[in-house]
Design a binder for this molecule. Structure first.
Ligand SMILES: [Zn+2]
Length: 332
């Protein structure tokens, strides 16, 4: 690798884990550092953990910070990408209007860029994954919550202040269950893994006849989306019915996205996507019934390709992009 290749330090800050990596412009990860997010320690402890992870990542790639041209950080929650401020995050208690970008810039003496985690993951799939070269697509991750990012004309849709693309919080049922964002009936409150587990527990508690509870060792708190999937594979009628319910709501949301954005591709990632056809076949039927026929017929559904690396790769790609757009002051 020629020495002049600009390297980027990518950081994927999650509510439970931090992943950092030194990445070259080809998307090669020259190092990888996983650590636990000390979320309970608030911003100070978490920022300390990010810096320690960054240091180990640089060591892992055998480079100094002087070889890095910029830092890209993907973070959960609502942030202003232009100002580099993380307003709030349901996964990070105690964070309120934290100027994360400037703090990292000051500590590491490098330009830094902040982006929402879902938008970062979308960019990762766009530059290095399943949506390479696809100018119009939507990345959807369905796991404990529903997140994602919208790419239009080859650019991630950031909106006025970087808050666009919160697809998990579009209202699907105006009288639906409460969402952790404060609204009710959001897509993720109805179609996520957490929503599936919650509804399953409710049904068990109201006396439903099912093998799900015994598969969870008789402990209702241990019932997860995964338990429901196992029960469905064994032919449990309630499990199948609840997965169909999830598929229904998932399909409703996808149909909305298709009608609004007319994407060429929908890239689906996240733990629940491992349910495969059991979830997606009925979801597709729902989409077919609801979306504009011409838009539905031309959209391709594909699985995400980068797994847990999409966020860190996308954060790095975002930093690289922003550097090209506004190169700023050359390094001293
Ligand atoms: Zn919500």
């Amino acid at each position: 690798m020629p020495n002049k290749d600009p390297l980027i330090l990518g950081i994927d800050l999650g509510g439970t884990k931090i992943l950092s990596s030194v990445i070259n412009p080809g998307g090669e990860m020259l190092s990888r550092d996983h650590s636990v997010t000390p979320a309970a320690e608030g911003p100070k402890g978490v920022i300390q953990a990010i810096l320690a992870s960054a240091e180990r990542s640089l060591e892992g790639a055998s480079v100094g910070i002087d070889r890095v041209s910029a830092i890209g950080v993907g973070a959960p929650g609502l942030s202003d990408t232009e100002a580099g401020i993380l307003f709030t995050s349901p996964n990070l208690p105690g964070w309120k209007d934290v100027p994360l970008r400037d703090i990292l810039q000051e500590k590491l003496k490098k330009r830094a860029f902040l982006i929402n985690d879902g938008n970062a993951a979308a960019l990762g799939e766009y530059y290095f994954g399943a949506a390479k070269g696809v100018a119009h697509f939507i990345y959807v991750t369905i796991s404990t919550g529903i997140g994602g990012g919208i790419v239009v004309d080859g650019k991630v849709l950031k909106g006025f202040k970087g808050m666009a693309g919160e697809i998990g919080h579009m209202t699907i049922a105006d009288d639906g269950p409460p969402c952790r964002c404060g609204n009710r009936g959001c897509w993720e409150a109805l179609a996520s893994g957490t929503a599936l587990a919650k509804e399953t527990r409710r049904r068990i508690e109201t006396g439903a006849d099912t093998s799900i509870l015994s598969l969870a060792g008789g402990e209702i708190d241990q019932v997860t989306a995964h338990t429901v999937q196992s029960a469905a594979e064994k032919g449990d009628p309630l499990a199948n019915q609840l997965i169909l319910r999830t598929a229904h709501y998932f399909g409703v949301g996808v149909a909305n996205l298709i009608n609004i954005f007319n994407p060429e591709m929908i890239v689906i990632g996240g733990g629940l996507s491992n349910m495969g056809e059991r979830l997606f076949k009925p979801a597709h039927k729902e989409v077919e019934e609801r979306a504009f026929n011409r838009a539905y017929r031309t959209v391709r559904f594909v699985r995400a390709a980068l797994g847990r690396n999409s966020g860190v790769l996308g954060a790095a790609a975002f930093a690289l992009d922003e550097m090209k757009r506004a190169p700023g002051e050359p390094d001293a």
